[in-house]
Design a protein around this ligand. Structure first.
Ligand SMILES: NC(=O)c1ccc[n+]([C@@H]2O[C@H](COP(=O)([O-])OP(=O)(O)OC[C@H]3O[C@@H](n4cnc5c(N)ncnc54)[C@H](OP(=O)(O)O)[C@@H]3O)[C@@H](O)[C@H]2O)c1
Length: 258
């Protein structure tokens, strides 16, 4: 039985993770943290977990050692706390963006701030089993993919890997749901702003571009990707449509086969 704790369990991603872990036969969830709801039962934020757990939130400084620690904090916070957190667990999985890119210049360009622990960037394994299954088996630290990135990479990888498309002209159109923005409402994510409308969220410059290019380029071909993201009236989920130019001679059948 693995003992697992979650930092940031009152949020949307942390809550979904908790739901999955509570149903896992080889996991015991030991502790869950929140900054604002210390002492409250987790079911206050996640009523779907009633009768499944009586866990209450603790503060991060009360975390005890465990086998595996998940971090589910807004981007930019993992790197602030990482030094304390890596001492708490044999293995650590970060759901945020702080350790997803291997290249420091890329990270600082896309996230527009200095990275606080550049020495750790190459230590994290990108948490997409379809591409990194063997490394993940023994990885100590894992950085899970962003949501648009995971969908984009999974849809494009077979095509890029088999050389079926031009890797320099990939266009990704992502339809986003409101829960992707997390529990804290902003003007762009608030129900009143989003309901009954389709709204261009980010026509260009989406940060997940960097990780999609990083991972697709593992095929040995440098990839250039443009992502445009549109907010649609949906609470959960995400739909990615990737547009590519087929390489000369490639037929529909070749694409389906891949
Ligand atoms: N939402 C998604 O669909 C999704 C999908 C894939 C990956 N992710 C990634 O998952 C991570 C969490 O996203 P989310 O959507 O779950 O966000 P969220 O709903 O806003 O939750 C954020 C969590 O972090 C805690 N927190 C916020 N500021 C903090 C601080 N200064 N110190 C300590 N704890 C703090 C919050 O606790 P309190 O508010 O209770 O204090 C809450 O538990 C992000 O990195 C995001 O990129 C999210």
């Amino acid at each position: 039985m693995l003992t697992v704790s979650i930092v940031g369990a009152s949020g949307y991603a942390g809550g979904e993770l908790l739901r999955l872990l509570l149903g896992h036969p080889e996991v015991k969830v030991s502790q869950v943290t929140s900054r604002r709801s210390i002492g409250d039962p987790v079911t206050i934020h996640h009523p779907n977990l009633r009768r499944l757990t009586d866990l209450c939130y603790v503060s991060m400084d009360r975390l005890e050692p465990c086998d595996l620690l998940f971090i589910s904090l807004p981007n930019g916070l993992s790197m602030q706390y990482i030094q304390d957190l890596i001492g708490k667990a044999g293995r650590l999985i970060d759901l945020g963006a702080d350790f997803r890119l291997r290249s420091l210049p890329d990270w600082e360009e896309w996230y527009r701030r200095p990275h606080l622990h550049p020495e750790l960037l190459k230590e994290f394994v990108y948490g997409l089993p379809e591409l990194h299954r063997e490394e993940l088996k023994t990885a100590r630290w894992v950085a899970n993919p962003g949501c648009e990135a995971a969908d984009s990479i999974l849809s494009l990888w077979p095509l890029v890997k088999h050389g079926l498309v031009d890797p320099q002209s990939i266009i990704i159109d992502a339809k986003m749901s409101s829960s992707q923005a997390g529990r804290q409402p902003t003007e762009a994510s608030h129900h009143a702003e989003r309901a009954n409308c389709v709204r261009s969220y980010q026509a260009s410059g989406h940060r997940h571009t960097a990780e999609v290019e990083q991972e697709l380029s593992l095929s040995g071909k440098a990839c250039r990707v443009a992502i445009s993201a549109t907010a649609v009236e949906m609470v959960r989920g995400l739909l990615v449509t990737a547009h590519c130019r087929l390489s000369p001679g490639v037929k529909d059948k070749d694409v389906w086969r891949a």
